[in-house]
Design a protein around this ligand. Structure first.
Ligand code: ADP
Length: 679
C-alpha cells in the first residue's frame, strides 16, 4: 500500500485562443514521511503539480489516491483536513497577532489556543506571540506560517517555495525545521534552489517544461497508519473577522448604516401612519357641532315605463320606519327636516353687507349644555334655544373676519307652499346675534352658522298660510301632515343624537351596511370619515410604494457593500479556505456584517422614530388638523406585545440576510489558486 499515489495527473490551462498543457501526465508514489522536493526551472510546472496535489486546483486528467482512497473528486480538499500548506509569501492574516494567526485553524475546529502557544514556544517565537504579523521579518513570518500549518498536526505539509523570499541564513533555518518536521509526516516542497534540495531532500521530482524528468523512488510501505480525516468546523472564528471587517470598512459601513437607518425610519413612520391615522381621525371627528346630526330618508326605486332606467325616489320616512331602521332611536331623536323653508346654504347679510351662500345648520342644542361646550373659543353659548342667537365656527371667522361676536346675521328665505289648493308665499326672516365661536375639527370644514332647530320649529309654528274656505294652518303642522312626496319635508327626517356613542353605533351600522335598502342615512361626520379614509388609503398605498422602493435600494446597497467587501477581502478568504474554512463560513462573515448593519440601523431607526414622529405630526397637524396622525404602536399591536420592534428586527434580519447572501452566492467564483498567487 502506498501513502500518496498519483496516476496520469495532468493540467491543461484553457487560454483564450489556445490550450496550454502546463503539466503532462505524471504518475508516481510518495511516502508517508520524508522531505520530497519538486524541482525545476521557473515556469516549468512545479506549483501546478503541488496545487493539484493539495487540491486547490483541479487536474485535467488523472487520479490521486491517499492510502488507496481516490480523493481526486472528494468534496473537501486535503487542505484543512489531512494537509496544510505554506507559501513563498507566507499568506498570514495581516493585522492579526502571531498567536491569532497560529490559533486560527484551531478556532475553526472549535478548539482552544493551547496547542498554538506550545508550538510558538517550541519554535522560539514566544517573544513575538502578541505582535502583529505584519511587523515581523520574512524569516519570522515563515516560521509563524509553519507553526500555523503544524497546529492541526497534518499528515502532509505542502510548501510552495518557502525560502523563495528569504536570505540564506533564514532559508537554512526554515529548511532545517521542515526537515525535522518531515521525520513524522510527508513534506512536499517546491523549490528551484538546487543546493538546498541536495542538502535536505530525501526524494526529488524533477520537472522540465511540464514533463516529469525524474520521479521519486519509494519503497513499499506497511499498511496505513492513518485514516482520512474530516474535521468539523466551529463558528466562533467568524466573529473576529466580522469585527475586523467592520473596522476595515468603516466608511462604507457607516454609509450603509445611515441608509439603513433612513429606510427603516421610513418603514416605521409609514407603519405609524397606517396604524395611527384612523384612530386619530376618530378622535378628532367628534370635535364638531355637526357630529350629533344626521338625516334619514326612505329610498324607493321607481321603474320608468318604457325605459330601462329606474329612478331612485327619496321620501320622508315615518317616525316608526326611522326607529325600525335605527334600533334604539327614541322619539326625541327624530324631528322634521325644515330645510325646504330654511335651506342648508343661504346668502346672508352681515352688518348691512350681502354675502354669498353659506352653510346654515340646525342643531338640537345651541346652548351647548349637552355637547360641544369645550369647542367654544370665543363668546358664550346662548342661554336658551331661541331664534335670536347663532353660533359660528372658526372657518366662518377666517372667511368673514375677526371680532364678529355680537354682530347681527340677517337671513331671508322665501318659499312657496300650497295648502288646500291655494298657493302662498312664505317668508322666513331671521336676525341672529353671533353669540359664540367654536373651533371644530378643520379637515374639509367650511364656514357654518349654527342655529337652534327647536327655535326654528317654534317660529314655523307661528307662520300660518291660508287655504280654501279661509282655513289656516301653521307651517310646522303643514310639514307634519305633508304627504310622502310633498317637498316640505325635504324628503327626510332629521336625527339628533344626544350622545356620541349613538353616533358610533350609527357608524357601525353604516360600515356593516346593516341599514337595508329601504332607508338612507346621511351623516356629515360619517361622510367626512369616509373621505378621510379614502384619502389615507391612497396615501398609505403611495407610502408603501415609496418605502418599498427605498427598501429595494437598501437591499442593493447592502448587496453591493457585501460583495465589494468580499472582493476586497479575497486574499484573506483564500487563506481561510486553505486553512480549512468552508465557503459557506466565509460568506457568513460578510452576511453577518450586513446583518449587523441591518439590525443596528433598525435599532437606530427605532430609537430615533419618536423624534421623527413628533416632528412629522406637527407638520401633519398643520395640514390635516389631526393630532398624532402617525402613532407607532410601541407596546402592542393587534394584541401582540412589542409587535413593532420584534417584527422590525425580524424584517431587518431577513432583509440583511437575503440581500447580502444572494449576490455573494451568485457572483463570486474566482479560483482560489488565482487569489493565492504570490505577488
Ligand atoms: P513554476 O511553479 O514551475 O514556476 P507554474 O506551475 O506556476 O510554474 O506554471 C507552469 C506554467 O503554467 C507556466 O508557464 C505558467 O505561465 C502556466 N500557468 C500557471 N497558471 C496558469 C493559469 N491559471 N492559466 C494559464 N497558464 C498558467
Amino acid at each position: 500500500m502506498s501513502f500518496l499515489r498519483v496516476r496520469h495527473l495532468s493540467k491543461r490551462y484553457r487560454l483564450s485562443t489556445t490550450d496550454f498543457l502546463a503539466l503532462h501526465p505524471v504518475s508516481f508514489v510518495l511516502p508517508s514521511t520524508g522531505l520530497v522536493a519538486i524541482k525545476g526551472k521557473s515556469g516549468s510546472g512545479k506549483s501546478t503539480l503541488l496545487n493539484l496535489l493539495a487540491g486547490i486546483d483541479r487536474p485535467s486528467t488523472g487520479k490521486i489516491y491517499l492510502q488507496g482512497e481516490d480523493i481526486t473528486e472528494r468534496k473537501w480538499p486535503l487542505l484543512g483536513h489531512e494537509a496544510s500548506m505554506i507559501f513563498q509569501h507566507y499568506n498570514l492574516i495581516e493585522g492579526e497577532s502571531v498567536l491569532q494567526n497560529v490559533a486560527l485553524p484551531l478556532s475553526m475546529r472549535a478548539e482552544g489556543k493551547k496547542k498554538a502557544k506550545e508550538l510558538i514556544e517550541q519554535f522560539g517565537l514566544s517573544s513575538l506571540m502578541d505582535r502583529d504579523v505584519s511587523t515581523l521579518s520574512g524569516g519570522e513570518k515563515q516560521r509563524v506560517a509553519i507553526c500555523r500549518a503544524l497546529v492541526t498536526d497534518p499528515l502532509i505539509l505542502f510548501a510552495d517555495e518557502p525560502t523563495g523570499a528569504l536570505d540564506e541564513a533564514n532559508s537554512e533555518k526554515v529548511m532545517k525545521e521542515l526537515k525535522a518536521i518531515s521525520s513524522t509526516r510527508l513534506v512536499l516542497l517546491v523549490s528551484h534552489n538546487e543546493e538546498l534540495i541536495s542538502t535536505y531532500a530525501d526524494q526529488v521530482i524533477h520537472i522540465v517544461d511540464g514533463k516529469m524528468k525524474k520521479g521519486p523512488e519509494v519503497a513499499p510501505e506497511p499498511m496505513a497508519k492513518y485514516r482520512t480525516r474530516r474535521t468539523r468546523q466551529g463558528k466562533k472564528w467568524v466573529l473576529p473577522f466580522l469585527l475586523r471587517n467592520l473596522k476595515k470598512n468603516k466608511i462604507k459601513d457607516t454609509m450603509c448604516f445611515l441608509s439603513g437607518t433612513m429606510g427603516f425610519l421610513a418603514l416605521l413612520l409609514s407603519f405609524g401612519f397606517f396604524a395611527g391615522n384612523m384612530p386619530a381621525m376618530e378622535k378628532e371627528q367628534g370635535k364638531s357641532l355637526l357630529f350629533l346630526s344626521a338625516s334619514i330618508s326612505r329610498r324607493s326605486e321607481v321603474e320608468i315605463p318604457g325605459s330601462a332606467l329606474t329612478l331612485v325616489k327619496k321620501t320622508r320616512p315615518s317616525y316608526e320606519e326611522a326607529m325600525d331602521a335605527l334600533p334604539g332611536l327614541k322619539e326625541d331623536n327624530i324631528s322634521s327636516d325644515y330645510s325646504y323653508f330654511l335651506p342648508s346654504t343661504l346668502p346672508f347679510r352681515f352688518e348691512g353687507s350681502e354675502f354669498e351662500p353659506t352653510a346654515m345648520q340646525p342643531i338640537y342644542d345651541i346652548t351647548l349644555t349637552e355637547y360641544g361646550s369645550e369647542l367654544l373659543i370665543q363668546g358664550e353659548a346662548p342661554r336658551d334655544n331661541d331664534f335670536h342667537h347663532c353660533i359660528v365656527n372658526q372657518e366662518f371667522i377666517d372667511r368673514y373676519g375677526e371680532n364678529l361676536l355680537g354682530g347681527m346675521v340677517d337671513i331671508r328665505s322665501r318659499s312657496v307652499v300650497t295648502y288646500r289648493n291655494i298657493q302662498s308665499e312664505v317668508f322666513l326672516d331671521a336676525r341672529w346675534e353671533i353669540a359664540g365661536v367654536v373651533k371644530e375639527f378643520g379637515f374639509l370644514n367650511v364656514p357654518r352658522i349654527y342655529y337652534s332647530h327647536s327655535a326654528l320649529e317654534e317660529k314655523l309654528g307661528e307662520i300660518f298660510v291660508r287655504g280654501e274656505q279661509a282655513q289656516e294652518i301653521s307651517i310646522q303642522s303643514l310639514v307634519r301632515e305633508a304627504e310622502d312626496d310633498s317637498p316640505y319635508g325635504n324628503y327626510a327626517q332629521q336625527i339628533f343624537f344626544h350622545d356620541p356613542s349613538e353616533v358610533y353605533r350609527l357608524f357601525h351600522l353604516l360600515d356593516e351596511g346593516d341599514l337595508g335598502d329601504e332607508v338612507e342615512v346621511t351623516s356629515p361626520s360619517y361622510a367626512l370619515r369616509q373621505s378621510f379614509s379614502s384619502l389615507s388609503q391612497a396615501f398609505t398605498s403611495s407610502l408603501t410604494l415609496f418605502v418599498g422602493i427605498a427598501l429595494m435600494g437598501l437591499c442593493l446597497i447592502l448587496g453591493m457593500a457585501s460583495y465589494s467587501s468580499l472582493v476586497a477581502g479575497r486574499k484573506d478568504n483564500a487563506i481561510l479556505t486553505v486553512l480549512g474554512a468552508k465557503r459557506g463560513s466565509i460568506i457568513s462573515i460578510y452576511v453577518s456584517e450586513a446583518l449587523a448593519l441591518c439590525l443596528g440601523s433598525a435599532l437606530a431607526a427605532f430609537a430615533l422614530s419618536p423624534l421623527f414622529q413628533i416632528g412629522l405630526n406637527v407638520l401633519l397637524k398643520k395640514e390635516f388638523d389631526i393630532e398624532r396622525l402617525i402613532n407607532i404602536p410601541y407596546s402592542h399591536y393587534l394584541g401582540v406585545p412589542l409587535f413593532t420592534i420584534l417584527s422590525l428586527l425580524l424584517f431587518a434580519f431577513l432583509l440583511g440576510a437575503i440581500s447580502s447572501y444572494l449576490p455573494l452566492k451568485a457572483f463570486h467564483h474566482a479560483p482560489i489558486v488565482e487569489e493565492l498567487r504570490d505577488e
